[in-house]
Design a protein around this ligand. Structure first.
Ligand SMILES: Cc1cc2nc3c(=O)[nH]c(=O)nc-3n(C[C@H](O)[C@H](O)[C@H](O)COP(=O)(O)OP(=O)(O)OC[C@H]3O[C@@H](n4cnc5c(N)ncnc54)[C@H](O)[C@@H]3O)c2cc1C
Length: 686
C-alpha cells in the first residue's frame, strides 16, 4: 500500500515536472519569437501613418502645426513624416537586421516625446481628404501610448534571437550578475565544469528563483562542448546560439586557445603590411552572446568518460569539462616533414602571430641591410617562400610587393639587391586551380621579379641558407614555410577511425562509432559522395559543415531527422599582388583586375562583423593614397630605473650644471657613448 502511494506520488510529481518543463519550453519559445510580430505591427503602424501624411496632406498637416503654434511647422511636418517612414521601416527590418532598429527605436522614442505627444500623428488624426483638403480629427493619445509600450517591450523585454535586445541584452544582464569569489559570472560558467573553485561557485548567494525555474534547473541541461573557434567551431556555436537561443535545457560551451577568431584568407595582407593587425580578427565574445566561452588550451579529450581537460589562466591550471555532445573543430598545424632546420628556423603562415612575425622579420631585415655596417646583404635581402599553393602564392606576392615598395624609404637599397623566390614541388603553381590560371599567375609573378623554381624541393634550412634537393644553395635568412599541413596532434590520442590522421566521420559529420561526437573542418576527413574522395580542407567547406553539424546536434537532442553534408566548392580565389588575381567561380575562370576585385569583394563580404569590414575597407582605401607602413610590432618595454626619490634641496640647485657648461660623460645626460665597446665603428650614411 505504501509502495503504491509512493509510486502514485512519483508519477504525479513526474507529470508535474513534465508539465512545468513543457510550459517553460513553450514560454521560452514564445519569448524568443514574440518580438517579431511586435515589430511587424509597430513598423507597419508607423509606416502607414507616414505614408498617409505624405500622400494626403503634408501641407495641411503643416498648416495645423502652425495653427497649434509649433515652431517651423513645415520642417516639423516633414520631420514627422520622415521619422515615421524611416523609423517604421527600420523597426520592420529590425526583425531581421537587429542593428538598424537600435538607433531607430531611440529616434522614434525621441520623436514621440518631442513631436508626437503634444501635436503628433495620433493627437491629430487624419480622418479623410475632402475636395483636396485633409481633415483631421480630435487628439487621441492612446495610439501613441500603445506604440510607446510596444517600443519599450522591444527594447526591454523582447528576447528573440533577432531582437534588438540581442545587442542590449549583455548590458542589462551585467547589472544583475552575481559575482563569485573567483570572479566568475555563475550563469555564464558552464555547469559542466568540475573546477577547483567550484566550492566558491556553489557558495555564491543563490538568487530567488521561481518554483518553475527550479524544476528546470534541477533537470541537468544537455552540455554541448565545442573545441576550437575557427571557421568550423565558431559556425557551430553561432548556429546553435541562433537556433537554440535561450533554451534552458541546453548549455553550449566553446573553448579556444585565443580569445579571437582569425580570418585566415586575409592573413598574408597583415604579413605584407596591407592591413592592420587587428582588422582580420574578431573577439569571440563579441560574436557570441549566449554561448559560454573559455579561452584555454585543450590538453586532453576522453571520449569514454565524456570529459575534456582544459588548462587556462596565468598558471595554466586545469579544468575538466563534462559533455553530452562534443564538436571537434581543432583545425590543422604546419608540417615541416622533418626537414633539417626547417621547423627551428623557418617562419610559418598559420596564425596571427605568424603574420606579425613575417612582417617584423621583413622590416628588421630591410633596416639591417640599409645600415653601413651590414655585411651579409645578400642573405638579408633574399626572401624564400616554400609552397606554391594558395597560401604560398599569396604570401610570396605580398612579400614581393611590400619589400619592393618599401625600398623607397631605404636610401641605400635598390631593387636589384632584392630577391624573392618561390619554391614549388609541382610543375605549375596553384594546383588547386586550372592549369591556365596557374600559368597566368606564374607569368605575372615573374614579370614582377619573383623567381619561381618549379619541380624543386627543399632539403634543409640552416637559418642562413636554404639547400635544395638539386644541390643548389640559396643564401637567405628568410624561409616562409607554407608547404604542408598536418592534423592537430591532439587527434592522435582519439580512439577512432582516421584518414591521414584526420578524424573519419560519416556524411552526418558524426564520428564513426561515437554517437554524439562530431568532427568538422580541417581536423576531419569527410567522404564526398559525389567524387568518392574526401572534402578539401577549406574555410568555405568548414563554414557549411558548421551549419550542418549544428542542425544534426539539434536533431539528436530533439529526435528529428539529420542532414547529410553535401557541398561542392563554389569559388576559389587568390590574389597575386598589386591589383591582380586569379579565380574560378562556379566553373568560370577570371584573371587580372576582375579576379582581384572579386577576391576583395567576396572576402570583405565574408569577413565577420560590420566593424571589421569597415576597418578593412578603410585600410584598403588608405592604401591607395599612402605608402606601406614600416612600423615593427615590438613588445619591448620602455626602460625604467629603480632609484630612491630625489628631494631637491635649496643647495642642490647650485650643484646643477649650468646649461652653457659642457655636460661631462658619465652623467645622466650623456648618450652612453662611453659604454660602446672599443673598436666598434659607428655607422653613418654610406
Ligand atoms: C594563410 C592561409 C590562407 C587561407 N586561405 C583560404 C582561402 O582563401 N579560402 C579558403 O576557403 N580557405 C583558406 N584557408 C584554409 C582555411 O583557413 C581552413 O580550411 C580553415 O581555417 C579550417 O577551419 P577549422 O575551423 O577547421 O580550423 P581553424 O580555422 O584553423 O581553427 C582551429 C581553431 O582551433 C584552435 N585550437 C587548436 N588547437 C587547440 C587546442 N589544443 N586548444 C584550444 N584551441 C585549439 C585554434 O586556435 C583555432 O582557433 C587558408 C589557410 C591559411 C593558413
Amino acid at each position: 500500500m505504501n509502495q503504491l502511494t509512493q509510486s502514485l506520488e512519483r508519477q504525479g510529481s513526474s507529470r508535474l515536472a513534465f508539465l512545468s518543463s513543457g510550459l517553460a519550453s513553450a514560454r521560452s519559445f514564445v519569448a524568443a519569437w514574440a518580438p517579431i510580430p511586435l515589430r511587424l505591427i509597430v513598423g507597419y503602424g508607423f509606416m502607414e501613418h507616414g505614408f498617409a501624411k505624405l500622400s494626403k496632406g503634408p501641407e495641411a498637416f503643416a498648416a495645423i502645426l502652425l495653427a497649434m503654434g509649433v515652431p517651423a511647422p513645415h520642417l516639423m511636418a516633414w520631420l514627422t513624416i520622415l521619422t515615421e517612414l524611416i523609423g517604421g521601416l527600420a523597426v520592420l527590418l529590425g526583425a531581421l537586421v537587429p542593428l538598424v532598429s537600435v538607433p531607430m527605436a531611440v529616434v522614434l522614442f525621441v520623436a514621440m516625446l518631442t513631436v508626437h505627444l503634444p501635436y503628433g500623428f495620433s493627437s491629430i488624426k487624419l480622418l479623410s481628404v475632402m475636395s483636396g483638403h485633409a481633415q483631421f480629427g480630435p487628439p487621441g493619445y492612446e495610439l501613441d501610448l500603445l506604440y510607446l509600450a510596444c517600443l519599450a517591450a522591444l527594447v526591454l523585454g523582447g528576447s528573440g534571437p533577432m531582437a534588438i535586445d540581442h545587442y542590449l541584452g549583455k548590458k542589462w544582464r551585467s547589472r544583475s550578475w552575481n559575482r563569485t569569489g573567483c570572479g566568475i559570472r555563475p550563469e555564464r560558467w558552464p555547469s559542466s565544469i568540475e573546477t577547483r573553485c567550484s566550492c566558491e561557485l556553489n557558495s555564491a548567494t543563490p538568487a530567488k528563483r521561481s518554483p518553475e525555474k527550479r524544476v528546470m534547473e534541477n533537470k541537468t541541461p544537455k552540455r554541448i562542448l565545442i573545441v576550437g573557434a575557427g571557421f568550423a567551431g565558431l559556425t557551430v556555436a553561432r548556429e546553435l546560439e541562433r537556433r537554440l537561443g535561450r533554451d534552458p535545457s541546453v548549455e553550449i560551451t566553446l573553448i579556444n586557445r585565443e580569445n579571437f577568431f582569425l580570418f585566415t584568407p586575409m592573413l598574408h595582407e597583415v604579413a605584407a603590411s596591407d592591413l592592420d593587425l587587428t582588422t582580420i580578427v574578431n573577439p569571440v565574445r563579441k560574436m557570441l552572446r549566449r554561448v559560454n566561452f573559455l579561452a584555454g588550451e585543450v590538453e586532453q579529450i576522453d571520449l569514454e568518460q565524456k570529459s575534456v581537460l582544459v588548462s587556462h589562466g596565468f598558471d595554466h591550471h586545469p579544468h575538466a569539462l563534462k559533455f553530452d555532445f562534443l564538436v571537434f573543430g581543432l583545425g590543422s598545424i604546419t608540417n615541416t616533414y622533418g626537414l633539417p632546420g626547417v621547423q627551428e628556423h623557418a617562419l610559418t603562415m598559420k596564425s596571427l602571430g605568424d603574420a606579425m612575425q613575417v612582417r617584423n622579420h621583413l622590416i628588421a631585415h630591410l633596416e639591417e641591410a640599409d645600415s653601413d655596417c651590414c655585411e651579409k646583404i645578400e642573405s638579408l635581402l633574399t626572401f624564400v617562400v616554400a609552397g606554391g599553393g594558395f597560401a604560398g602564392v599569396e604570401t610570396v606576392a605580398g612579400i614581393n610587393d611590400f619589400v619592393r615598395r618599401a625600398l623607397r624609404s631605404y636610401p641605400h637599397l635598390s631593387e636589384d639587391m632584392v630577391r624573392v623566390i618561390l619554391i614549388h614541388s609541382g610543375p605549375v603553381i596553384l594546383p588547386e586551380l586550372e592549369k591556365s590560371l596557374g600559368v597566368y599567375a606564374q607569368k605575372i609573378l615573374a614579370g614582377r621579379k619573383v623567381e619561381i623554381r618549379l619541380k624543386t624541393k627543399i632539403e634543409s634550412f640552416s637559418g642562413g641558407a636554404v639547400r635544395l634537393a638539386d644541390g643548389t644553395t640559396i643564401l637567405t635568412n628568410t624561409l616562409v614555410w607554407t608547404a604542408g599541413t598536418s592534423p592537430n596532434p591532439l587527434l592522435e590520442t582519439i580512439p577512432c577511425a582516421k584518414e591521414g590522421g584526420r578524424l573519419l566521420v560519416t556524411e552526418f559529420l558524426e564520428l564513426q562509432g561515437w554517437p554524439g561526437v562530431w568532427a568538422l573542418g580541417d581536423c576531419s576527413a569527410i567522404p564526398d559522395r559525389l567524387t568518392g574522395r574526401f572534402h578539401p580542407p577549406t574555410a568555405q567547406h568548414a563554414l557549411r559543415q558548421g551549419k550542418i553539424a549544428a542542425h544534426n546536434i539539434i536533431a539528436s537532442i530533439r529526435g528529428t531527422e539529420k542532414k547529410r553534408f553535401d557541398f561542392s566548392t563554389i569559388a576559389q580565389l587568390a590574389t597575386i599582388g598589386r591589383r591582380t588575381g586569379v579565380a574560378n567561380i562556379l566553373g568560370i575562370n577570371f584573371s587580372g583586375f576582375v579576379a582581384w576585385w572579386l577576391w576583395r569583394t567576396i572576402y570583405l563580404f565574408k569577413l565577420p562583423r560590420f566593424e571589421k569590414k569597415l576597418r578593412v575597407a578603410l585600410d584598403w582605401t588608405l592604401d591607395l593614397i599612402f605608402s606601406k607602413d614600416l612600423v615593427q610590432f615590438l613588445d619591448i618595454r620602455a626602460s625604467a630605473v629603480s632609484r630612491p626619490e630625489a628631494h631637491p634641496s635649496p643647495e642642490s640647485k647650485t650643484l646643477q650644471p649650468e646649461l652653457s657648461e659642457p655636460v661631462p660623460l658619465g652623467t645622466d645626460f650623456n648618450l652612453g657613448l662611453d659604454k660602446f665597446p672599443q673598436g666598434l665603428r659607428l655607422c653613418t650614411s654610406k
